[in-house]
Design a protein around this ligand. Sequence first.
Ligand code: SF4
Ligand code: SF4
Length: 306
Amino acid sequence: MIPLDIIHTVSSNLGFDACGVCEAKAFRSERDQLLHWLHKGMHADMGYMERNLEKRIDPTLLVPGAKSVISVLLSYYPGNPTIATQPPKISRYALCTDYHTVIKQMLWQMLELLRKECGPVNGRAFVDSAPVLERAWAQNAGLGWIGKNGLLIHPKLGTYTFIGELIVDIEIEPSNSTVTNRCGTCTRCMDACPTGAIVKPGVVDARRCISYLTIEKKTPLAEQERQSLNGWCFGCDICQEVCPWNGKLETTKCQGLQPKAEILGLNAQSILNLSNEDFHNIFGETPISRAGYEHFMLNCKSITNR
Ligand code: SF4
Ligand code: SF4
């Protein structure tokens, strides 16, 4: 069995902020929660969440002979720039290069380093491919707990982290520490959510969530949805901004996740004046390109009533 220390060293040498390991197995209770969430239609029109369900929840179906799941966290916290705090607001995670690109490259490097340290290793890197299970794997690897806002909370890094995994076919000593849920009696995120999207602790109904409405929704927003955006044109950070575990965070040290100056320099007027070409030049490598020019501009116009 590979000692956990080796994984920690490789992870910190690559620049990840935290790392843990758990056994590669399907988590039945999370599977049931996910099925219930899907059954209730809380995934809205994100049909892709229903596809390959068994594969998403069982690491051994993703990597033949999988034995261990290495979970890593990378902080993207950029502080409180105006573009994330004054309408039209952009969620902090979207101010930098798309995290899929950055983290996948780092995970592939990790796999290469593991091969050097441990011999032949077969594995695959995942970022955001099954968010519900990714949080559960990270929790089981001792990286935090799932807060009432549905996000993984690391005691030092808070919630502004990206989660990635390497599923590998080698047996690695699992992290034996678990972090108990420290939300306690706090309900700040549930109270602050302007649309009531956190329907019970840890459960977010995407149909009401501003993040879904501004990024994923494929059909035009209804009038009531437009009115509910609370100044956000891409994503929403409210249930993270109010979380006390995000109170004293350091900004990200990762060079690849630094907020882009062109985005930080935007304001309401310059956003409304963006041409299609400007949009692609400024947001092309960021998660914002996913929404597309028209969707993004409609969100901005809804907020500024123009
Ligand atoms: S992202 Fe915004 S809308 Fe969605 S649950 Fe959090 S506070 Fe509510
Ligand atoms: S705001 Fe409070 S209840 Fe919500 S996730 Fe943070 S600690 Fe937990």
